[in-house]
Every structure is written in structure tokens, then in C-alpha cells.
Design a protein around this ligand. Sequence first.
Ligand SMILES: O=C(CO)[C@@H](O)[C@H](O)[C@H](O)[C@H](O)COP(=O)(O)O
Ligand SMILES: [Zn+2]
Length: 198
Amino acid sequence: MTNQRIQAHFQESADLKTRSAALLAEPISEAVQLMFSALSNGNKILACGNGGSAADCQHFAAELVGRFERERLPLPALALTTDTSILTAVGNDYAFNDIFSKQVQAFGQAGDILLALSTSGNSANVVAAVEAALERDMRVVALTGKGGGAIARMLTDADVHICVPHDRTARIQEVHLLTIHCLCDGIDVALFGEDMHE
Ligand SMILES: O=C(CO)[C@@H](O)[C@H](O)[C@H](O)[C@H](O)COP(=O)(O)O
Ligand SMILES: [Zn+2]
């Protein structure tokens, strides 16, 4: 692999991040408000996604339950991607499409938030989780790309859609991770103010 090819990856990622900053600042800020207000009301955040997005869910939950950059109380966020007994039982006995929606039905309550990650917006198990969340009067924060797919068409005005303007899965995921860090920082700022990292 040439250095030129590697540099092209960095360049494309950097360019997309710059372009996304302008487009996504507003929906990211709305997502922070939605999440902070849910957490302040004693509600929680459930997160789901496949592959790299599953890792992102766990990354997000770790930073809420543990910490991001500032010392604070643990916040209730749960990745629906980690319990292999639930995932295999539901996948085996029902369908792979149900692995997240069953958990939303089990753990989700009105006022909770579903953080739904799908670069295509079309993964059937994430789509089913969004449907289950909306049925339970939860709000959805969707991180997508490629126009948002089926998920984009399901969201209401009460939900937040953060759609990365790109068609390449890896690039979209790179912006999703940055977005997750913005969400964590936004929640810290809502708790403590903007003293650090202004
Ligand atoms: O990380 C990557 C590709 O960068 C893969 O593991 C990727 O997440 C998987 O193919 C997912 O199944 C893609 O699903 P989605 O983003 O379209 O919902
Ligand atoms: Zn990946």
C-alpha cells in the first residue's frame, strides 16, 4: 500500500469532517439537549448498531457509565450489543432482526432514548429497534449516512437525525465516532459549563 493511498484516506476523512461540522452541529446540539433532558428526568439511553457501529455503541455507553473527560456521576447508558446469551437466544429462537427490538421492549420505557447507529439507515435489526422505541414513546437519536435510508423515513419531529453526508461506510463511521465524543462533551457541558476545552 502506498503512502499516497494512506494519505488519501486521511484527506478524505478530514474533508468530510470539515464539511460535516457545518451540517451536523445543529442536530448534534439538539441530540445533546434531548439526551440531557432525558437523563435529568431519570431516563436512560439504549444504543444499538451492527459491526463497527456495535463497537461505537459500547464506546458511548462506557463514556457515560464511566466518564468522558470530566469526573462526574455515572450516567445510565446501555449498549444492546453485548449480552451474547440474549443475542444468540433471540437470534436463534426468533430472528436476527429481533436482537435489538426485543431488548428495547424489555428495557425501554417512555422518555428513554434510543441511540440508533446505521451507516446505511437500512439494517433491519436497527430499523426494528427504532420501530419498537417509537411504539414505546421513546425518542430516537439516529446516526446514519447515505441519506439515512429507511430510518430517515420513520423519524418524527421529536426525534433527531444526524446523517453524515457521504456514501462510504468507513468514512461515515469516522464521523459517527466524532459525533459520539461531541455528545459526551455536550452532556458534560450541560452538567458543568464550558470551562474546559472552550
Ligand atoms: O465496520 C464496518 C465497516 O467499516 C462493518 O463492520 C460494518 O459496521 C458492518 O458491515 C455493518 O453490518 C454495516 O451496517 P450498517 O452500518 O449499514 O447498519
Ligand atoms: Zn469498520
